[in-house]
Ligand binder design. Sequence first.
Ligand code: DGL
Length: 252
Amino acid sequence: MAVIGIMDSGSGGLSVLREIRKTLPKQRYIYYADNAWCPYGEKTPEFIIERLHAITDLFLERDAAAVVLACNTATSAAIADLRASYGIPFVGMEPAIKPAALGTQTGVVGVLATAGTLGGSKYLQNKERFSDGVRIEERVGAGFVELVEAGELSGPHAEAVVRASLQPLLDEGADRIVLGCTHYPFLLETLRKVATELGHGDVQFIDPAPAVARRLADVLQQAGIAPEDENPGTELLSSGPRENLLEIYSSI
Ligand code: DGL
């Protein structure tokens, strides 16, 4: 019996759980939405590390064998500390700059993420490593997390919020947009609609969640953790309100 703990600051990590369950459908999961403290994007690394210790302890009380930080911001702030502090595997998320840089035809890659992720040393290293011959343009998806937490995934207001951060990247010529926050894939239809209206219907949005799901499968195998559990399923926990969380959960 092994359970996999998956966490995010809120509903965003459900976009990762969706991919993980496609790859490992017979596993047992606990999803923890730390939505009492959402958004993480502007919080200090110290605060995020403290929250991640509390969440990891809760997972361990429930016999977690591995933990997925389904949150780019939490990964950037806390994964090194968690790996040094606990004896179980941690799988994290980071903006998928490499496939975007390999695929761009215009030579411009856009990255949408939180301020915490864009300022993190791992992100800056990755950018340095994969941006040879490619220009990287970044924007915080201002207000995106709040839209998803409110369950407002479409409509004129959501489009206006999305346009404010997306348009500058498209104006710069980006033909690949990296979704560097796990909340953003829930806005994909709105992102596509706005891009099409701005004359960029062919832009590709890149979500690293499928790659993270494959990585988790490899990590479990290397750690000798069975890919199946006799009681497969997902338990949903949260530190804050559940109504919108449950609505997004029921859609994945
Ligand atoms: N979903 C998270 C991420 O991937 C965090 C968003 C937030 O809480 O600001 O970065």
